[in-house]
Design a protein around this ligand. Sequence first.
Ligand code: FES
Length: 475
Amino acid sequence: MTDTLDRTTRDYSVVGPEAQSAAEVGLVDAEWFRPYVDPGRMRELTERTNRRAIADAVLWLALLAGVGVAAAVVFPSYWSIPLFVVYGALFGAADARWHEFGHGTACSNERVNDAMYQLASLMLWRGPTLWRWSHFRHHSDTIIVGRDPEIQLARPPSLLRLAQNYSGLRNQPVMFWRIIRHAFGKIDPVALELVPVNERGKVVWEARFSVVVHAAVIGLAVATQSWLPILLVGAPTIYGAWLVLFFGTTQHLGLQEDVLDHRANSRTVYMNPVFRFLYLNMNYHVEHHIFPTVPYYRLPALHAEIKHALPEPSPNCLHAYREIIGELKRQRNDPNHELETRLIPDMRAAPPEAGSIGFIRPDGSFDLGPVEQIAIGSITRVDVRDRTFAVARTDDGTVCVVDGTCTHGQVHLSGGTVVDGPDGPQIECPKHNGRFDLATGAPCRKPVKEPIAVHAADTAGGHIIIQPPADRPTN
Ligand code: FES
């Protein structure tokens, strides 16, 4: 398909004609390649710990504050310049915190996830609600032209534009101008396309909050007759943008568009421990896209588990950049050119959450199989005729049965994970980390909005028995 497209005339906007074209050829909300991982191992890999994520967050904030105070103390001497350079880089590292805590996988504590996400969004001039929906779309339709709002460069790529982006002077002022417009209630068409109607008010109020914070910083600078407040808050979003770009460029640039395989459009790069701390292991980017429920600190283990199914990672950043720049130069002359050096192992995708088959009993109830076949903390798919169920077993052994397919997209929930929520166990969708309460089916985390049907399970006889769903015939 990609060979026949004329990229010189393509419109990369998510509100342009390419959105319709992508839908027509089956590239929207499609099924993506996933290698097989043993369900028990997957349970281990999706486990979250508050301790690790909070320790990393505290260390980052302490470094940021420490370097910021040091720079302020020696300001305006020349000694402050290198300190502001380091401060800007640490400020730019907010991008990785924005990403990890935004996915809600860093901590098991939702409040901590959300607090860090809000802080990082404010620092990076990204409206939290708008960018959350933007990132959901990026995960649904990764590098699908006309659908993914986070494609870094259109083809044919401009190396000059890439270089300008590193300065922060091109994109960042545009982002803040967008916030100002949103603060005045002028929501742009892209935001209207991405954000559901009932959340657009939040976009406006979040933008207003951001404007007020930055106006206060400017007011402080005027009152103290000093640039220092602006150099500490606001300006670092521009002069620290290079770090966001330095890491972010390795994620997808130079790779394929319009393919349903993250191995072909995402890049894993081996990085040193300092980079991995700043970037929170997002260098394992193929792994993250295939299994977004895995928290950042378990991505190296996930990589070890599935690397046989992935293209060879770039051994370091230099190698990745050579590959990217070389490919961008080729695509500049031939926008249809594709990188030929990344060999993707030829293997079949894991069958979509293969499970077991239940049956209909003479009294019409559904037998979903023995309780013992569901391991504690796991979710299994069970199909009965044309119905599919996700059967979960919580830590205390309780069996919970919900409809098998997420109400947000056509994704089977048995590929997800059981997590502790404030009001009891929840099921987390493997696609966008949306959540449902396992007892009530109520949506607990975006992007899910519709509840999922819950089926009361009778396990007294050792088998999981549910009554036939009311909306379907039983035979
Ligand atoms: S498909 Fe998006 S949260 Fe389930």
